[in-house]
Ligand binder design. Structure first.
Ligand SMILES: C=C1C[C@]23C[C@H]1CC[C@H]2[C@]1(C)CCC[C@@](C)(C(=O)O)[C@H]1[C@@H]3C(=O)O
Ligand SMILES: O=C(O)CCC(=O)C(=O)O
Ligand SMILES: [Fe+2]
Length: 374
């Protein structure tokens, strides 16, 4: 049976389109990758020797939150230098229940272990963000990522307090209310953790500690479950292509397989898995909010030929209509604005309808905004 199935015509808003469907359970045993999954030579990963590990500073969040002044200035210094260089750091003693993290990985493995037809019941629709996608075969025609994803929207607005769980219930049905509950609880824990982290970022930037906590209180964030099946030619493709996250802050929990890589000093470096820590990285929106002081960094995910890999990414984003504009104190440094004002809803739409996020998304978005505003 072909690993790529021509699906029934997908009736999109304006036209009928046929698109391929990536059935991971079959494709993962294929030695000849379909051409759509083969990346250009300059982007193919070199897996032998493996990328050297990047030392990212481990931040003891409990010590910072406890108000210990020494710990706070320590954490602030470590974060400041990491975020000016590559934007990645680890947080431990984060206060997130380890059983919740285990449960989240369990439900993720259950979901992606379902038959393709079951997963397709929540297929991401054209132009929308939420839902299941297998390699985005209905979004892109080349450089397809070797992954399946389930993307959900989370709202910190008390009036939408169960958005994640409701999605499972309303779109997938009663049988999925347990998965929905776990994903809802996990998202809530990530939202709480992200407010602690942005408070630390504020302190490290020398502004009022509560400034970013207030800015992101009612966040409209995204949670994404990533499943990377094994691939027989892992040096030909990528699980997630080179990109900077367009969002504000990413809190990632990866399983112990490894595959996340960061581009620093003109070389790819691996981030060693550490189950009791979260990998945190600055995204484009926070880079704009810090007026370019903190860097949104190029990263990717490579795959391997033996073991499936999973990662849980929480993408913190401000309320859709909030204007992303750096505080005055961060403009005085160089007395010029690095990026125009924008709202997250406009930037998200840009990445979903106009531009495939890569390493230049924010610059492309800034140019697009200037054209649109003429
Ligand atoms: C706002 C977003 C778009 C993506 C998911 C979040 C943050 C990261 C973005 C992404 C992972 C960057 C690489 C390309 C992408 C298409 C992907 O491989 O999933 C991006 C996501 C997306 O557009 O769905
Ligand atoms: O799965 C990973 O390790 C990274 C995924 C990623 O960068 C993303 O989804 O934005
Ligand atoms: Fe990313």
């Amino acid at each position: 049976m072909s690993p790529l199935i021509l699906s029934s015509p997908l009736v999109s808003p304006s036209k009928e389109t046929n698109h391929l469907v990536f059935d991971a359970s079959i494709l993962q045993n294929e030695t000849n990758l379909p051409s759509q999954f083969v990346w250009p030579d300059h982007e193919k990963p070199v897996l032998d020797p493996p990328s050297p590990p990047l030392h990212v500073p481990p931040i003891d969040l409990k010590a910072f939150i406890s108000g210990d002044p020494i710990a706070a200035s320590n954490a602030s210094r470590l974060v400041h230098s990491a975020c000016q260089e590559h934007g990645f750091f680890l947080v431990f003693n984060h206060g997130v229940d380890s059983n919740l993290i285990l449960e989240a990985h369990k439900v993720m493995n259950f979901f992606f272990g379902m038959p393709l037809l079951e997963k397709q019941k929540v297929q991401r629709k054209f132009g929308e963000f939420c839902g299941y996608a297998s390699s985005f075969t209905n979004r892109f025609s080349s450089k397809l990522p070797w992954k399946e994803t389930l993307s959900l929207q989370y709202s910190g607005d008390p009036k939408c307090s169960n958005m994640v769980q409701d999605y499972f219930l309303n779109v997938m049905g009663e049988d999925f209310c347990d998965i929905g509950r776990v994903c809802q609880e996990y998202s809530q824990a990530m939202s709480k953790l992200s407010l602690d982290i942005v408070e630390l970022l504020g302190m490290s930037l020398g502004i009022e500690r509560s400034y970013f906590r207030d800015f992101y209180e009612e966040n409209d964030s995204i949670i994404r479950l990533n499943f990377y099946p094994p691939c027989q030619k892992p040096d030909q493709t990528l699980g997630t292509g080179p990109h900077c996250d367009p969002t504000s802050l990413t809190i990632l929990h990866q399983d112990n397989v490894g595959g996340l890589e960061v581009f620093v000093d003109q070389k790819w470096h691996s981030i060693t898995p550490c189950s009791d820590a979260f990998v945190v990285n600055i995204g484009d929106t926070f880079m704009a909010l810090s007026n370019g002081l903190y860097k949104s960094c190029l990263h990717r995910a490579v795959v391997n030929s033996n073991t499936p890999r999973t990662s849980l990414a929480f993408f913190l984003s401000p309320r859709m209509d909030k204007v992303v504009r750096p505080p005055k104190a961060l403009v005085k440094y160089n007395n010029q604005r690095m990026y125009p004002d924008f709202t997250w809803s406009t930037f998200l739409e840009f990445t979903q309808k106009h531009y495939r996020a890569d390493m230049k998304t924010l610059d492309a978005f800034s140019s697009w905004l200037q054209m649109e505003r003429k």
